[in-house]
Design a protein around this ligand. Structure first.
Ligand SMILES: NC(=O)c1ccc[n+]([C@@H]2O[C@H](COP(=O)([O-])OP(=O)(O)OC[C@H]3O[C@@H](n4cnc5c(N)ncnc54)[C@H](O)[C@@H]3O)[C@@H](O)[C@H]2O)c1
Length: 267
C-alpha cells in the first residue's frame, strides 16, 4: 500500500485503538504525528512524533494539525458518561478538529460509533443512511460529529470518512459482538483505505468485520475500496449463549449502553 506524503495526525494515540494504530501504521512507514492528553505509553514508532494536547484547546489542535494531510480522529471520551464529561472532549473537541482540518485542508477519518443508532432494534437491519437513534450522551456526541463532518464538507469541502465502529477488541466477548466485532487488522486496513482513497467526499462505513450475524447492510465502503477480511463467526459456538439478563440491553443494537439510566416504562 502507498504511504501518505503529508503528515498524518492521530488523536487518541495513547488509547486502546490509538496504540494499535500507532504501531501498525508506524510499521507501515506512515509519517505520524501522535497526540493525546496523556503520555504515549509505548516506544514511539520510527519517524513518529508525539505532541501532548487537550482537544478542548482549539489553538493547540490547529497548531498540531498544521501541514497535515489527514487527521485520524480517535481521541475523546469513548464510553457513556455524564453530559458534562462528554461536552468538552467530544463536542467542543470535534469542532476544534474540523476547524483544524479546514485550516490545513486535511481529510478527517472520524472514529464514530454504532451508538449513534443504538436504539434501533437488533431485528432491524440498517443501512448507513438510516435515522439516528443515539443510545446516550456518548452516542449523541458521535452523531454531532457526523453532522459536523457533513456541514464541513458541504460548506468548506473538508472530506470525511465516518467509521461507525462496532466493537473493536482483540476478540469478540459476547453474543452481541458476534454481530458488531471489528478485528484490529480490519480496523487498520479500514483506516488506511479511508486515508488513501483518491476522493471520498463525505462517506460513512460500518466498522465491523465480515460477521454473518451483522445488524448492518449498505454503506460507502466501495468509495474507499475496503472489504473486511476477518470474522467473528468462528466464535459462534462459544459465544452465542453469552447474553445478559437485561431485556433492554438484549433488545437494542447498542446493548448495555441502552440500559444505562433507562427509565422508560414500556408497559
Ligand atoms: N473500542 C471500540 O470498540 C470502539 C467502538 C466505537 C467507537 N470507538 C471510538 O474509537 C475511538 C478510540 O477508542 P478506544 O477504545 O481506543 O478509546 P480509549 O478511551 O482507549 O482512547 C481514547 C483516548 O482519547 C484520549 N482523550 C480523552 N479526552 C481527551 C482530551 N480532552 N484531549 C485529548 N485526548 C483525550 C484519552 O486519553 C484516550 O487515550 C474513540 O473515539 C471511541 O469512541 C471505539
Amino acid at each position: 500500500m502507498r504511504i501518505p506524503l503529508r503528515p498524518v495526525v492521530l488523536t487518541g494515540a495513547s488509547g486502546a485503538l490509538g496504540r494499535e494504530l500507532s504501531r501498525r501504521l508506524g510499521e507501515a512507514g506512515w509519517p505520524l504525528v501522535l497526540t493525546d492528553i496523556v503520555p504515549f505509553p509505548d516506544r514511539l514508532p520510527a519517524g513518529a512524533r508525539f505532541i501532548s494536547a487537550d482537544l478542548n484547546d482549539g489553538g493547540a489542535v490547529v497548531q498540531l494539525c498544521a501541514g497535515a494531510g489527514t487527521i485520524i480522529h480517535f481521541g475523546g471520551v469513548s464510553t457513556e458518561r455524564p453530559f458534562e464529561d462528554i461536552l468538552g472532549p467530544n463536542i467542543r473537541g470535534l469542532y476544534h478538529i474540523y476547524e483544524a482540518a479546514r485550516c490545513a485542508r486535511a481529510r478527517v477519518v472520524f472514529a464514530s460509533s454504532n451508538h449513534v443508532v443504538g436504539f434501533h432494534e437488533r431485528t432491524t437491519p440498517l443501512d448507513a443512511d438510516c435515522a439516528y437513534r443515539p443510545d446516550g450522551y456518548y452516542g449523541l456526541s458521535k452523531a454531532f460529529g457526523e453532522l459536523l463532518a457533513r456541514l464541513y464538507f458541504d460548506k468548506h469541502g473538508v472530506e470525511s470518512v465516518i467509521l461507525r465502529i462496532g466493537s473493536c477488541f482483540p476478540q469478540p466477548r459476547d453474543a452481541r459482538m458476534l454481530a458488531t466485532w471489528l478485528s484490529y487488522a480490519d480496523l487498520t486496513r479500514l483506516v488506511m483505505c479511508a486515508a488513501l482513497a483518491e476522493r471520498v467526499g463525505f462517506a460513512t462505513v460500518w466498522g465491523a468485520s465480515a460477521n454473518a450475524r451483522t445488524f448492518w447492510r449498505r454503506d460507502d465502503r466501495a468509495v474507499i475500496g475496503w472489504q473486511p477480511q476477518d470474522s467473528a463467526d468462528p466464535f459462534i459456538p462459544v459465544l452465542e449463549n453469552r447474553v445478559s439478563d437485561n431485556p433492554v440491553a438484549e433488545r437494542y443494537q447498542g446493548g448495555a449502553f441502552c440500559a444505562i439510566d433507562y427509565t422508560r416504562d414500556r408497559g
